[in-house]
Design a protein around this ligand. Structure first.
Ligand code: PPS
Length: 302
């Protein structure tokens, strides 16, 4: 247990170790329920929100929740936190319903379901039922920085160590949910032949949230009016989500906001405050090798 752990967190189990799970680094919190995850029964109108951790999952989840339910069920936004409205499929942690149980118990239509699984681990029912998928990707440098701070403040994540060793592990793909490089390219390759995957970027959301809401809305066939979409754009601005206790994870007891808030900075380019010149050069060189066979391109500034 970390020495700086506050009293109310001391009942938490020790931080988990990484394990190799079918070639992907994971922790037991995301594999303990594996049979139920793989046999999960999707419904044809389910929307899967798939991301590598820290790529903008909560932002897009909240947008989708508002697109579908802000008019039909206005109370929904104030009654339950986002992690209950949008179940995290593979999670199984103490004192919480499993993601599969939570998803099974939802009577909303559509169900919005979050996953961080790499493409090859998605339960087959989502493909059989031809569900729509929204995939969000974020540039590797900011993604790594955000993941580092998240692991510092989240007791169900492995010990992050210092920034330099964390960055090396990120480059080695030894992160929970595996290699960023494999994740973003695996989903990108599938998207090329799969019309029901909408592949979007965190950087585009920062640049023009309204434009990205419009694209999402047309992909999903939503009939939201321009005024409703403008209201959504306002509600999902970083400062508003940070203040919103139903969206900012402040009620999630495995996190310690005194170490770092969940809604931390919400920026493109914070990596510049973390990478040394040497780290940046090594990262870029390694990145070129790992990403040489893909057409996928990211922006690290906007
Ligand atoms: S998780 O734990 O994987 O579900 O985290 P995830 O939601 O994918 O990513 C968290 C990062 O997204 C940022 N965020 C936002 N940025 C801009 N605008 C809005 N509205 C917004 N909502 C969430 C959040 O701050 C985390 O990024 P960092 O860089 O750490 O701030």
């Amino acid at each position: 247990m970390a020495a700086d752990m506050p009293a109310d967190k001391k009942t938490m189990p020790p931080r988990p170790d990484l394990l190799d799970f079918h070639g992907v680094s994971m922790t037991h919190y995301f594999t303990d329920n594996w049979e139920k995850i793989q046999n999960f029964q999707a419904r044809p109108d389910d929307i899967l929100i798939a991301t590598y951790p820290k790529a903008g999952t909560t932002w897009v989840s909240y947008i989708l929740d508002l697109l579908y339910f802000s008019q039909k069920k206005p109370d929904r936004q104030t009654s339950n936190p986002i992690y209950e409205r949008v179940p995290f499929l593979e999670i199984m942690i103490p004192n919480h319903p499993s993601g599969t149980d939570l998803a099974d118990s939802l009577d909303s239509s559509p169900r919005l379901i979050k996953t961080h699984l790499p493409i090859q681990m998605i339960p087959k029912s989502f493909w059989e039922k031809k569900c729509r998928v929204v995939y969000v990707a974020r540039n590797a440098k900011d993604n790594a920085v955000s993941f580092f701070h998240f692991d510092r403040m989240t007791y169900v994540q492995p010990e992050p160590g210092d920034w330099n060793s964390f960055l090396q592990r990120f480059m080695d793909g030894k992160m929970v949910f595996g290699s960023w490089y494999d994740h973003v390219t695996g989903w990108w390759e599938r998207k090329q032949s799969h019309p029901k995957i909408h592949y979007m970027f965190f950087e585009d959301m920062v640049e023009d949230t309204g434009r990205e809401i419009d694209k999402l809305s047309s992909f999903l066939g939503s009939n939201s009016t321009a005024a409703a979409k403008e209201q959504i754009r306002h509600l999902v601005q970083f400062d508003n989500m940070k203040k919103n206790d139903m969206a900012n994870y402040s009620s999630f007891e495995t996190m310690d906001f005194k170490i770092s808030p969940f809604m931390r900075k919400g920026k493109v380019g914070d990596w510049k405050n973390h990478f040394t010149v040497t780290q940046n050069e090594q990262f870029d060189e390694d990145y070129k090798k790992k990403m040489k066979n893909t057409t996928l391109q990211f922006r690290t500034v906007v």
